[in-house]
Design a binder for this molecule. Sequence first.
Ligand code: TRH
Length: 396
Amino acid sequence: MPISSEALPDVSRAAERAGSDIACDIFCAVVDNFGDIGVCWRLARQLVAEHGWQVRLFVDDLKAFHALCPAVDTALDSQTAAGVAIEYWHTPSHAGDTLQIADVVIEAFGCELPSVYVAAMSRRGTPPVWLNLEYLSAEDWVADFHLRPSPHPRYALAKTFFFPGLGVGTGGVLKERALDAEREAFRRDVWWRASLGVKAPPSGATVISLFAYENPAIDCLLEQWRDSPTPIALLVPEGRISGAIARFFGLTGFAAGSKAKSGSLKAYALGFVEQPLYDALLWAADINFVRGEDSFVRAQWAQKPFVWQIYPQADDAHLPKLDAALAHYANGLPEPARTALARFWHAWNGAGKPDWSDFWGHRALLEQRASGWAGELAGIGDLAGNLAEFVKTQLK
Ligand code: TRH
């Protein structure tokens, strides 16, 4: 039986009663790993906390979500965490027990909204603002497509493409208002004692955090760190690279709490912490190995040198995306530091052999660039703020 728009409780009225003026539904389908839900969860919390929106997050993989937010109960169809209403999106056609169409609908990473929901959107008195939140890319073409509307083939609806990016004219990347203050308040000694039960390494040691996919370059890098003239402390959250670390040290595994030492290299295994705590790992290290999308962004805000393992794609299609990010991040870095950085990032992404001393020999320049870049990136505004501003121009 068709649902008439009158029968649809208008979520924005409920939102008004709740003291906020915008209701927003975010749909997230987890492809793999943690980045899809990582980005959506961060965005949802920011829209609630900093913009006062009423946010409902539909997500189809509560197990991945639970890793980022242990408060999420994987057995519940509906729950609330950090002020966000969470719906288990259990089948593509599921759109919530009672169909409520929000003022703003965010289709994350082109996940395809339930058809019953889109049909109800078309019958809503005021069509909702419909955004397709794209994956982050640093490529120049992104600015030409950001905020481009695309009319729906069947309904009087238009979907606007919202492109995150690292350059002017894009949607920018997520950044919480309090992040810099929290980073400045961070105390490494306190973190080492609380996270690993040991004192922070002496100042002459280099602390490295390693969050990565499986990587053929890892063994030769571990050997270089083992043979380093100065101590190296390696912090490894439990994950896809842990097996390689275990094999290097002749262990059967490298689970949270494990420690291992060889030559100048001492490695510590960490548990996978809830998302707000991940930043502290980046602040504790002198250099961060990150991957995918969200940790890649967090490393930039940490204002430390970092190495990015991009989400691998067939036929090296990921390398132009890597170079596009380098064009922003390495811009202004003098030679030979700039070439050494690019060579090391390529080697960590399957093109060549990493040369640690060649790369880290430029540490001072890399540290200077890391803080300069964070200031440039902040200049384009944060994604949640840019999205909220755009929505305000669209809401009648
Ligand atoms: O997990 P990822 O590889 O996710 C990937 C990428 O997002 C990729 O772009 C996307 O196409 C693919 O998913 C589907 O990497 P990413 O993006 O860094 O997400 C990891 C999240 O995990 C991020 O939000 C940081 C968080 N994290 C924690 O919360 N705690 C931890 O201990 C660690 C190590 C990470």
